[in-house]
Design a protein around this ligand. Sequence first.
Ligand SMILES: NC(=O)c1ccc[n+]([C@@H]2O[C@H](COP(=O)([O-])OP(=O)(O)OC[C@H]3O[C@@H](n4cnc5c(N)ncnc54)[C@H](OP(=O)(O)O)[C@@H]3O)[C@@H](O)[C@H]2O)c1
Length: 332
Amino acid sequence: MDTRTLGTTGPTVSALGLGLMGMSDLYTGADETESIATIHAALDAGVTLLDTGDFYGQGHNEMLLREALRGRNRENAVISVKFGSMRDPQGGWIGNDIRPNAIKNFLGYTLRRLGTDYVDVYRPSRISPDVPVEDVVGTLSELVAAGHIRNIGLSEVNAETLRRAHKVHPITDLQIEYSLISRGIEQDILPTARELGVGVTAYGVLSRGLISGHWSAQRTPAPDDYRAHLPRFSGENLDRNLALVEQLRTIAEARGVTVAQVAIAWVLGRGDDIVPLVGARRRDRLAEALGATTVTLTDADLAAIEAVIPAGAAAGTRYDAGHMAFLDSERP
Ligand SMILES: NC(=O)c1ccc[n+]([C@@H]2O[C@H](COP(=O)([O-])OP(=O)(O)OC[C@H]3O[C@@H](n4cnc5c(N)ncnc54)[C@H](OP(=O)(O)O)[C@@H]3O)[C@@H](O)[C@H]2O)c1
C-alpha cells in the first residue's frame, strides 16, 4: 500500500483510508462480525487511516473499532475522530456542541470507548456559527499540548475558516466531500488547503454508493437509511445520476476495471495531498476499493471521464436544503 502524508505537519498514512461510519449508522444493513472482519482485512492490507465519529451509532462505532484493534498494535493505526454532532435517544440529529468544555467532555468519553490514551486526528464534524473557530482550535491545541490528541483536523469548512483556524494551530487535514460528482472544493477550498499545507481526506468518493456501480433504480433504501433522504438518490435526480454512472461503466469496462475503482482512482489521482476515505463495510467491497490503488488513469481516460461527467454534472445537492444551509463549506 502506498502512503501519503496528511498535510505538512501530519502523520504518514495509507493512500486509502477506511471510513467506519456505515458500520454503525446512517446506511442500513451493516453486520458487526463482517464489519470487524473488514477492518481486519484493511489493516492486513496496509490500511492505517481509520475514520470514525463519536456520534456514529452514539459510541457504537468507536467501541467497534476498539474491538477490531484488540490484539493489534494500536501504534500502527492512525485514528481520526469527529465530535460535536449531537443525537437524541432515537438517533435523531439535535444540533452541534463545540464549546470548549463540551470538546473536553467528548474527548474523555472517546478515549474510554476506544481504550486508548490518545487520538491521532481529532476534529469537529461541523463548525457552528455561535463558537468562533479560533476558540475551537485553541481548545484543541491545549489537548495536543496535554498529549490527548496528536493532530487537529477540520471537516466541511470553507477557505476563510480554514485560514483562521490554521493561524491558531497547524491544521493537519480537512475532511470534506470530494468525488467525480462533488467537485465544489476545487475552486477555493482545495487551493487554500494546498497553499497552507493542509491535507485533504476526501469522503463520499463513491457518493455514498451512488456512483459505485452497485446502485440501481430498483434499490430502494429503507426509510431509516440516510440515503433515502438525500436529493441525489431520489426521483428524476436518481435516474439522471445513474445515467452518468452508466457512461462511467463504459470507460471502466474498456480499462478492465470496475466503476468504483475508476471513481476512487480519479480522486487518488487529483494529488498526493488527498487521501480518499472509502466506506466499505464488507470484505468484498473493501477488496474492490483496494484494487483502485493500482489503477492509474491515463490522460485519455481522464479526458473521457471529464467529457461524460464534467464538474457540476450531478442532479441534486449533496445534502438536503437544511444541511446545505448549515455547512460552512457551502458559504462563499
Ligand atoms: N466529515 C463528514 O462530514 C463525513 C460525512 C460522511 C462520511 N464521512 C466519513 O467518510 C467515510 C466514507 O463515507 P461514505 O461511506 O459515505 O462514502 P462512500 O465510500 O462514498 O460510500 C460508501 C458506500 O458505498 C457503497 N459501496 C459500493 N461499492 C463499494 C466499494 N467497492 N467500496 C466501498 N463502498 C462501496 C457501500 O454501500 P452498501 O454497503 O450499502 O452497498 C458503502 O456503504 C465514512 O465512513 C466517514 O468516516 C465523513
